[in-house]
Design a protein around this ligand. Sequence first.
Ligand code: NAD
Ligand code: MLT
Length: 530
Amino acid sequence: MSPTLKVLVSDNISPEGKAILEETKGIEADVRAKVPPDELKAIIKNYHGLIVRSATKVTAEVIATAENLRVIGRAGTGVDNIDLASASKRGIVIMNTPGGNTLSAAEHTLSLILALARHISQATASIKAGKWEKDRFMGTEIGDRTLGIIGLGNIGAVVAQHAESMGMKTIGYDPFLSPEAAAKKKVELVSLDDLFARSDFITLHTPLTSSTKNLLNASSFAKMKKGVRIINCARGGLIDEMALHEAIVSGKVAGAALDVFEKEPPGKNPLLELDQVICTPHLGASTTQAQVKVSIAIAEQVVEYLLQGTARHAVNLPSVSPEVLVLLNPYLILAEKIGKFQAQITPGRMQEVHLTYSGSVLEMETPMIAMSLLKGLLEPILEEKVNFVNAPILARERGIKIVESRSRESEDYTTLLTAQVQTEKVLNTVAGTLFGKNEPRIVRINEFVTEAVPEGNILFVHNQDKPGVIGNMGSTLASHGINIGQMHLSRDQIGGTAISLVHVDGPVSQEVLNALQRLPHILSAIQLEL
Ligand code: NAD
Ligand code: MLT
C-alpha cells in the first residue's frame, strides 16, 4: 500500500475543495484558515502538498525547510506570493487555476469603472452622513469614452468584451499578444504611450513581475490625458502609489479605483485620504462562484499531481493538456531511459548534450522530452531530488549546454530520439525509438546497432569480437548463480569490437564485474540500472 500523502491548506478556500481533499483515498488533508509564517516554516516539512490563496507567503525560507513538498497549489491566478525560483530549484511544481476567477475579477473591474465614473462610494458615504449633496457628485458617462486595457489575458479580454457592450471604445497594450490574437478579442492593439495618450479610463490586468513593477509611474502619468481615471484590480505593485497620489493631487488624474495595494492591508497610505480614491480590500475574486471554482480546481489538480503525477496548469512546467500528455508519455519514458543510459556509460564532467528529434517525435512537445532526458541524465549522478521542474535548472548550474535539433531523417525507424553527450573525456551517442507505439528500445550505442529493452539491471560489456567470449561470460555468470534474462549483441565489423547488453535479475557484486573484466578479450564491463 502506498503511503498517505499530506496536504496542508493554509488559507481559506471553499468547502467544496476541502471535501475533495478529505474524501480522496491516499490523501490526508490538514485544513487551516491561517498559518503564521513561523509556524509554516516549522511544519511544512510534514507535507507533500500545500494549497494557498494570496495571504500565505511561500518564501525562500519556507521552501528551504519543505523537505517533502512536491506541489504548491494556488487557488487563484497570481503566484507572486510564492518564491518561484526557490521552489523550482527544489523540484516543487507550482500550479494555479487560470480562468476560475476571471469573470468575477472582470465584473469587479467593471463595477469599479462605473463606481468611479458616478462617485458611488463617496455619494453613499455622504448620504450615510446625513447629507444630500446632489451637486457635489457630477459624474461622467462611460459610453463612447476610451478604455485603455493594459494586459489582454483572461481578465483583460473579458473586461474588453463587457466594456464594449456598454458602448466603450477599447484599446489595449500587451507586448506578448499578436495583432491577430488581439483582433480576435476585438481590441485595437496600441503602444503603451498611445494608450496613455488616448485613454479616458486605464485598467491594469498584467501579472506583477520585475518588468511590470511600477508600470504606472510619474512619467507615465505625465503622458496621460488630464482627467484620466485609473483602475487596478490586478496587483498593487503595478502602480507607483506615491506617483499616483501626486497625479491626483495635481489634478492630472481625476480618480482611481483600487482593489489591490503594494502592501496589503495598506495601513496608513496617503492615497486613502484622497476623496478621489475608492477602494476594496482585494475583492476581485471574492464571489461565491469564483471561490467554488478555484477551490474545486486546485484540490483536483493537487490530488491528481500527487497521486498520478499529472501536472495541470503548472506555471513552472510547459503547459500540456492531459490528452497530449497521454500521447507524450511513451516519449518521456524513452527520453528518460536514454538519459539514464548515457549517465551510466559516459564518464567525465558533462559539457554538452545534443538532442536530435527525428520522425514522429517531431509532432510532440519537445521541451518536455528534453526535460525528461535531462532528468534521466542527472538523477543517477546527483544526490538531490531531480524532476522535470528542476532538471533544466540543475543542468544550467552545472554548466551543461543543451542543444536541440530536428531532422526529417529517422533512418529505419518511425521515430528516433538521439542524445549525444560530450564530457571532457568522451563523446557518446545513444539513440532510442518506440516499438509498437510505446515500447522503448535503445537502437544505437555509438557505432553499434542494437534493439535493447532499457529496463532493469543490465551488464554492459565491451569486448573484442573473438570466439568464446559469450560462452565465457555465460559460464562466469552461472558460476556466481546469476541468471541471464535477455541478451543483445552487436559488433562494428567481423573481428572488430562488440558490445553485449546482458539483462540480469538484480544488481551484481563488484566481484562479478571484476571476474568478467578478467576474461580474455573483454575491454570493459559495467552494470547499468534503468
Ligand atoms: P493572464 O495571465 O491571463 O493575463 C495576463 C496578461 O498580461 C497576458 O496576456 C500577458 O501577455 C500580459 N502581460 C504580461 N506582461 C505584460 C506587460 N509588461 N505589459 C502588458 N501586458 C503584459 O492573467 P489574468 O488571469 O488575466 O490575471 C491578470 C492579473 O489579475 C494578474 O495579476 C492576477 O494575479 C490578477 N488577479 C487579481 C484578482 C483580484 O482579486 N483582484 C483576481 C484574479 C486575478
Ligand atoms: C488572484 O490572483 O487570483 C487573486 O489575487 C484572487 C485571490 O486569490 O484573492
